[in-house]
Design a protein around this ligand. Structure first.
Ligand SMILES: Cc1cc2nc3c(=O)[nH]c(=O)nc-3n(C[C@H](O)[C@H](O)[C@H](O)COP(=O)(O)OP(=O)(O)OC[C@H]3O[C@@H](n4cnc5c(N)ncnc54)[C@H](O)[C@@H]3O)c2cc1C
Length: 471
């Protein structure tokens, strides 16, 4: 009997006995539940979902997929905006059963398994008043952040997620398990800090930890969208000489009538300025104050808050498998008046309430790392404007995608010509488009790819075509 595309049930039962974890196929009642990624646009049906319990299972799965010519898809938290952790056919290696986080506060290191999500990491590190700079929604997978860069509330003080990576354990395309660190396989270590899932399955990450919290000064100010241009001019002025401790975003959004939010912002288009101070709380409250006075706000919920609460503040907006998402980001060298005008206009014309136009303040620690020190090349742009299309009805796909592309193209025309691949839709994942995101590091990445994955087994990602002999 044939299972999936060409596998016999005998072959499959042989594979099952090899693993400690589960191998799910479509008849399995759990299959459908495990199949679904974050982005509801991707309803793909893989042949198998493998749920490894450890590195040995991952290595066996990679070898099995090679032997049986199965497409390999790797899933950490499943939050790829472009649906890169699912596929029609093939084997999804779903790491969600491997989510342990082990913190050693004495040496300020955390070892995190490849399927952990941000909330699990923050919970364990915050127990000791420590943190890794990761993203801002707690259900997001840890894995995709250091592999693709990783921006969060600590980025201007402590850099990208990939900048705090100390070592990783990687199951490569030949099924071998390798350590990647500054001392061991340094080329692989360089490549996985920004080169995405191209080089193998990372079964664990070891991060350096930074003192943060447990309480941080937080600013959350809701300005009316009509004041967007005024607010963004003030935001630009603030960041001409802001301290690295301050990280902020200015994002347009329309919140629903949620009783946990001030009534004045219910169903009202807003430009929200959110900021965190990664330093002493009282000092932070004072330093963040000007961001609360950029125009007359509709509401201001700024206050000292537990860092874990800041890290989950957006969670409710992103239920898994319910949001359709298409995002695109452009970096700009200055927040010039023309960019502000595009952002302000787009903020008022968004096609869906949860669609953001988000202006990220960069710089600080991000820019102190050289463009070729890690595979993540874009270090110097002081701002990123990201257009995050989020909607719920399939009928609205075309209009929302077209709108995101249009706004992005206008900003990108004034930008530095690079993009953030972790925010990209599927159409940016093919090697010719992904090249824009890898920038000046592409050639070296292609050589490392040729060394560790010459046949491009790991291609369901922002793909790098192997090139050269890998030496
Ligand atoms: C709601 C939401 C919020 C977000 N917020 C932020 C943010 O604040 N900051 C930010 O920088 N980005 C953010 N992102 C983007 C996020 O960084 C990427 O979507 C990232 O890929 C998510 O990681 P994941 O493990 O969930 O990805 P997955 O969907 O599981 O995988 C994405 C890609 O990474 C590869 N991959 C995953 N795990 C591994 C592994 N262990 N080994 C090798 N390859 C692997 C996959 O093959 C795939 O190509 C957000 C995305 C969403 C949907």
């Amino acid at each position: 009997m044939s299972v999936g595309r060409g596998l016999t049930s005998d072959q499959l039962s042989g594979f099952r006995t090899e693993l400690r974890g589960a191998v799910l196929d479509p008849p399995d009642p759990e299959f459908n539940q495990r199949r679904v990624p974050f982005n509801a646009m991707y309803e793909d049906r893989p042949d198998l979902v493998v749920r490894p319990t450890g590195t040995a299972d991952v290595a066996a799965a990679v070898r099995y997929a090679r032997e049986h010519d199965l497409e390999v898809v790797v899933r950490g938290g499943g939050h790829s905006v472009g649906g890169l952790s699912t596929a029609d056919g093939g084997m999804v290696i779903d790491l969600s059963t491997m989510h342990a986080v082990d913190v050693d506060p004495g040496v300020r290191l955390a070892r995190v398994q490849g399927g952990a999500v941000l909330g699990e990491l923050d919970r364990e590190t915050q127990l000791f008043g420590l943190a890794v700079p990761v993203g801002v929604v707690s259900q997001t997978g840890v894995a995709g952040l250091p592999l693709g860069g990783g921006y969060g509330w600590l980025r201007r003080k402590h850099g990208l997620a990939c900048d705090s990576l100390v070592s990783a354990q990687v199951v490569c395309a030949d099924g071998e398990v390798r350590t990647a660190s500054a001392e061991v396989n340094p080329d692989l270590f360089w490549a996985i800090r920004g080169g995405g899932g191209n080089f193998g399955v990372v079964t664990s990450f070891t991060f350096e930890l930074h003192p943060v919290g447990p309480i941080v000064a937080f600013a959350g100010v809701f300005y009316p969208v009509e004041a967007a241009a005024e607010v963004l001019h003030g935001y630009r002025a603030y960041f001409t000489d802001a301290r690295d401790e301050v990280t902020a975003e200015a994002l347009s959004i329309t919140f629903p009538a949620d009783p946990s939010l001030p009534e004045s912002v219910h169903d009202r288009q807003c430009l929200v300025v959110g900021a965190v101070y990664a330093g002493a709380v009282e000092e932070g409250v004072a330093v963040l104050r000007p961001l609360r006075e950029l125009a007359e706000p509709l509401a201001d919920i700024s206050q000292p808050m537990p860092f874990t609460a800041v890290q989950s503040a957006f969670d409710g907006l992103f239920p898994r498998g319910q949001i359709r998402a298409y995002w695109k980001a452009a970096y700009v060298a200055t927040l010039e008046d023309d960019v502000i005008e595009i952002v302000a206009r787009a903020s008022a014309e968004r096609p869906s309430p949860l669609t953001f136009v988000d202006t990220y303040a960069m710089g600080g620690a991000i820019a102190r790392v050289g463009a070729d020190d890690t595979a993540f090349a874009e270090r110097s742009a002081p701002y990123m404007v990201s257009v995050h299309g989020n909607w719920s009805a399939a009928n609205d796909d075309e209009a929302n995608i077209a709108w995101v592309r249009d706004v992005w193209a206008k900003v990108d025309a004034l930008g530095v010509g690079s993009t953030y691949l972790n925010f990209s839709g599927a159409d940016d994942a093919d090697p010719s488009r992904a090249a824009v995101g890898f920038g000046s590091n592409l050639e070296r990445l292609a050589r490392v790819k040729a060394q560790y994955d010459p046949e491009n087994l790991f291609h369901r990602n922002n793909n790098i075509a192997p090139s050269g002999d890998g030496s």
